[in-house]
Design a protein around this ligand. Sequence first.
Ligand code: FAD
Length: 409
Amino acid sequence: MPKSATKVLIVGAGVIGLATACRLAESGYEVTVIDRSGAAGEGSSKANAGQLLFDRVGAMGSPGFLRSLPRTLFDPSQGVRVHGLLNPGNWRWVDRFLRECTANAWQENTARLLHLARASQEAFDDFRSRHEIHFEWRQPGKLVTYATSQALDAAQRAAEFQAGFGGRHEVLATKECLALEPALEGTSRPIAGAIYLPDAEVGDCNLCCREMARVLVEQLGARIIQDTAVTGFRQKDRRVVAVECGSQIIESDLFVVATGIDAPSLLRGSFAGRKPVTSVLGISLTYAIGAKPPDLSVTDASGKFVMLRLGDRLRVCGNAIFSKSLRARPADYRALSSKAQALMPEAANFAEPPMAWVGARPQTPDDMPMIGQAGAENLFVNAGHGSLGWTLAFGSAEALLQSIKQHSS
Ligand SMILES: Cc1cc2nc3c(=O)[nH]c(=O)nc-3n(C[C@H](O)[C@H](O)[C@H](O)COP(=O)(O)OP(=O)(O)OC[C@H]3O[C@@H](n4cnc5c(N)ncnc54)[C@H](O)[C@@H]3O)c2cc1C
C-alpha cells in the first residue's frame, strides 16, 4: 500500500493518462493530471472509431500485411498512404516493423495484445462497477465483412488463433450478414461473408474521457490542470524533481508521461523498452443517423473502414496515412463518405456535412505500448497504444501501477 502522501503527476489527459490517473488515485496516490488542451480527451482519443474489441485485437505487422501492401498502395479507395515512412525520421520504425511481419512475430504480438486487452476489460468493468459513467456504451456485437472468399478464409484462420485466448466468433455467409444487420440492405460494397463477433462493445471515447475526468475530480480527489503544456523535466541526480511548463515549475514525487504521439519528443533519453513511435492518421466522420442506422458495429475490411452508431449519431472511421501533420486531403474525406454510403445507403443523411476529424494513432512497430520506467528512477511512460488505445487503456494503467510498485519497493 503506497503512502497516501506519494504524489504523482501524469502528463496527458487522453484516455491513457486518465485511466492511469483513475487507477493510481484509487490505489492511494495523490494524483495531478496536466494537459495542454482545454478539456480531457482532445488528442487522439477525441473522435476515434469507438470500438472496445477486447477479444479480437491483433497486431498490424503480419506476412499478410506485407503481401497485400502493393495492392493496397495502388488502390486509393483503401485510404492507405505510406510515403511518410520514407522520411529518415521513420527509418528505425520501418526497420523494426518489417521484423514484426513474420508469422511467429504476429502470433507473439497478438497473444500479448490479447492478454493486455483481457486485463483491460476486467479492470474497466471493475471501474465501471464502482463509478457510474455515461458514454453511449452498448454491446451490439460486430460484423467484419470481407470482399472475397480468400480474404474471409485468411481472417478465419486469424480468428481461430485469437479464439485460443477466449472470446467467440462465427463465420457468416453474405445472406446471414444482411439478415443480421438490415442496414446493409441495398449495399453496393462487395461482401463474400463476414466474421461475427457477438461480444464487441462500442461507445464514445471522448465522452468516456470527460466522465473519467469528472470522477477523478469529484470522487477521487485528483486535480486536473488544463491549458498547460509541459516543456521539459528538471532533474537532480537520477530523479526528476519537477516538470517545466515554460517558466512555471510543478514538483511531484513520481511522473508519468502519457502524451500519446508526443511521448518520444518529451522523453529524450534512452531507456530499456523505448520504441520508435510513428503517427498513423485516421479520418473520422460523424453524421446524424438516417432512416436505417446500423445496430451492429460493422467493419468493411476491403475498404478499411468502420461504421457504428453512438446514440443518435453515426460514426465512420477509416484511412491509415503515415504522416506527422494532422491533415488529410479533401478527396480523402469524400472517398470515406462515399464508401460509407455505399455500404449502408440509409444509415445517415450523407448529404449533410459531417463533423470531420483527423486523429493520429501512436503506433509502435510491434503494436505493444511502452509501459514502465523511462530513464530516471521516478519517471514512467504509458504511451504508444496505436489503433487500440481505448481498448487497452485500463490494462495498461494496471501494468503501469505494478511497474511503479516494483520500482518503489
Ligand atoms: C481514427 C482513429 C480511430 C481509432 N479507433 C479506435 C477504436 O475504435 N478503439 C480503440 O481502442 N482505439 C482506437 N483508436 C486508438 C486510440 O484512440 C488511441 O490509441 C488513444 O486515443 C491514445 O490515447 P493517449 O491517451 O495515448 O493519447 P491522446 O489521446 O493523444 O492523449 C495525449 C494527451 O497528451 C497531451 N499532451 C501531449 N503533449 C503534451 C505536453 N507536452 N504537455 C501537456 N500535454 C500534452 C495532449 O493534449 C493529449 O490530450 C483510434 C485512433 C484513431 C486516430
